[in-house]
Design a protein around this ligand. Sequence first.
Ligand code: ZN
Length: 407
Amino acid sequence: MKKTVLREYAKLIVRCGANVQKGQEVMIYADLDQPEFVQLVVEEAYKAKAAKVMVEWNYQPLAKLHVRYQSLKTLGTVPEWQKARRQHMVDTVPCRIHIISEDPDGLKGMNMAKLAKSRQMTYPILKPYSDQLEGRQQWCIAAVPGKAWAKKVFPGERTSVAVEKLWQAIVSTSRVNEDSLKAWEAHNANLRKRCEYLNSLGIAELHYTADNGTDLTVGMIPEAMFCGGAEVSRQNIVFNPNIPTEECFVSPMRGKAEGIVYSTKPLCYQGQIIDKFYFRFEGGKVVEAKAEQGEELLNTLISMDEGAAYLGECALVPQESPINQSGLLFYNTLFDENAACHLAVGMGFADTIRDHHNKTLEECRKLGINDSMVHEDFMIGCDSMNIDAKTFDGKVVPIFRNGTWAF
Ligand code: ZN
């Protein structure tokens, strides 16, 4: 990929994505695949007057070794220095940039039960820190092509060609061009208009149906609003958490989901693939989860904690989204979730509550926002998807027809 395009992309991530502020600290989490690109992001962050930029490198083979050789007790322990580090983040509120590139199959063969148990042990220790940061941090997730990932998306190509093709797909769906900031402004205005209309309806429940057998009703929280594109942190800083993004999303009422929903794309969870699955909901909770591939992992996911079997997100994405139009299956949630309507099991977003800046996290959860250690999107949209909204005053309003906006 041309250096000028990469620079523009790095600038988009720093300025429009995380919106790094003068004097702010920046945490970058990245895989080892594209060090030169990470270097560009670091440089852009300093140009945006970041006080200090730190990079934490991930490497999937090491993650596998740690889980294999460390005892569960060691894996499940949070040492004091790590707590001090989290406390430092709570005190300084750095912005976070995640540059993802991981191999969708990169953790295949890992002992998932052991990993899940260790996460259940560390989560209660780490949760107070993340709760204190909730809504205060700007953050941004964007992607660069890793070799294994590129080969997964373009299996017939030589590695170098596959990487270049994946770069093309990433920059085009992320609206990287000569004036990306302007393109994002227009895109955000568009998403905002959709959300405003949805929020004007007073939606009590969404009813999803599709040819594949999906027939699901999900209850909404009266105080919740559809959001999309740019968000505003509690410090009043506008940022774009996902590059790309095409969704209008809301967090539904915990405990209100009835019916069955079928996946329409594979889900890559913890470096492993779950495919062709369905969930049956009763009283808001998944009571049956079946998959042709990865069923055990799917059941591990929804039993991570009490909230993991409840919904945390309903997102609307039309079939004409550029990511869907690319015709590619990315095996990566950041992209695939923006190609189709999706739901998420697990944690809901407190910042979808109206006036959440003046509410505590606890208050938002009392209104019906789900709480969990996981948040996992899964795709349910397809050409035949229809969605109707039942409003609080009893009207039925079409929201989606044949996989796209009905308004
Ligand atoms: Zn989403």
